[in-house]
Design a binder for this molecule. Structure first.
Ligand code: TRP
Length: 336
């Protein structure tokens, strides 16, 4: 474990507010969050402000925040155990964002990989919010004086920038207010959930994902269409990537006996991928059924969603206000 300044350590992570959760998110990241809330002081939030860089419609924004909240409650994040909140409910973050922007330099923001990617993909929408995405993310993290930030590889550069901005603030104002937030290293091996298209991991933008809220019919259709190969030509032949992916998925949703059964058939060159996929689809349907049911329950329970969001906001605001008053004091901002 890295050096931390809080006991238990403070954990912050943001969740993109666009798109639904898929099986890869669940097995790869969310189950960790659910585990972490037992041992750390956790702040998990839905990053609705970040999504404004792409100008969603008001209806769409609202709806996706509600859907994501329902999904996070359904997978087991507890409003009692962690602070589960909506980013825009904690306006303190926005004030810290402004202060951090005063010491975030154009050069370093422009060099950021995700910024360069987005400029390349959408040259007509290079707005200042996009450029300062890393400062807003740093504000999310620093507002709770986080020690640990569980994020994927694609966010490591942003986290590095949050460390830079925090250290810069400390140096400039001769304070030790901000700890250096570290990426979360789990002691369990990282699970990488493959997609259904033969190669790579499951992802929202790849079109190869099984969503937690997919209907049984959708799941069956997707699994039956999954890429495989022409089958093994000799016993115990190493598996091709698409076939290995099917087995990996099976290892997560089927029983060990089922997995061993199909491993055996494969090794004896007697496997029929159609049968295997049928079994995989049924096991996946059963694995996801309880989650789907809970998501549905929360989606239709406006009051529970509101209560969860309000409780989360109150907890997060308390922590944010404490940090912000120290920030203001350091800078010399004081009402006369
Ligand atoms: N940028 C993150 C992503 O795209 C989401 C995010 C916003 C975040 N603020 C954060 C993650 C703070 C961790 C900490 O996934």
């Amino acid at each position: 474990m890295e050096k931390t300044t809080h006991t238990p350590p403070i954990v912050v992570s943001g969740i993109r507010s666009t798109g639904h959760l898929h099986l890869g998110n669940y097995l790869g990241a969310l189950r960790n969050f659910v585990e972490m809330q037992e041992h750390y002081q956790c702040y998990f939030f839905i990053a609705d402000l970040h999504s404004l860089t792409t100008h969603p419609t008001p209806d769409h924004l609202q709806e996706s925040v509600r859907d994501i909240l329902a999904e996070y409650l359904a997978v087991g994040l507890s409003p009692e155990k962690c602070a589960l909140y909506v980013q825009s409910d904690v306006v303190e973050t926005i004030e810290l964002y402004l202060y951090l922007n005063m010491n975030a330099y154009l050069g370093e923001l422009e060099r950021c990989t995700s910024f360069k990617d987005k400029v390349r993909k959408n040259p007509n929408n290079v707005n200042a919010g996009l450029l300062t995405y890393p400062t807003l993310m740093a504000a999310d993290i620093l507002i709770h004086r986080a020690d640990i930030v569980p994020v994927g590889k694609d966010q490591e550069q942003h986290l590095e920038m949050a460390r830079t901005f925090g250290e810069r603030f400390n140096r400039m104002y001769k304070t030790e207010l901000f700890p250096a937030p570290q990426a979360y290293q789990s002691d369990k091996p990282l699970v990488k959930i493959p997609g259904l298209d033969g190669s790579g991991k499951m992802g929202k933008s790849e079109g190869n994902a099984i969503y937690l809220f997919d209907t049984p019919e959708e799941i069956r259709k997707k699994v039956m269409k999954a890429v495989s190969d022409i089958g093994p030509s000799e016993p115990n032949q190493p598996k091709s990537e698409p076939v290995q992916n099917l087995f990996t998925l099976m290892s997560h949703v089927s029983t060990p006996d089922t997995l061993a059964h199909f491993e055996g058939l494969y090794n004896q060159c007697e496997i029929r991928y159609g049968d295997m996929k049928k079994q995989l689809a049924e096991d996946m349907v059963n694995f996801l059924a309880p989650l789907r049911e809970k998501i549905d329950y929360y989606r239709h329970n406006e009051q529970l969603l509101c209560e969860a969001a309000q409780l989360g906001a109150a907890k997060a605001q308390q922590s944010a206000r404490a940090t912000l008053s120290r920030v203001r004091e350091s800078i010399g901002i004081k009402s006369l």
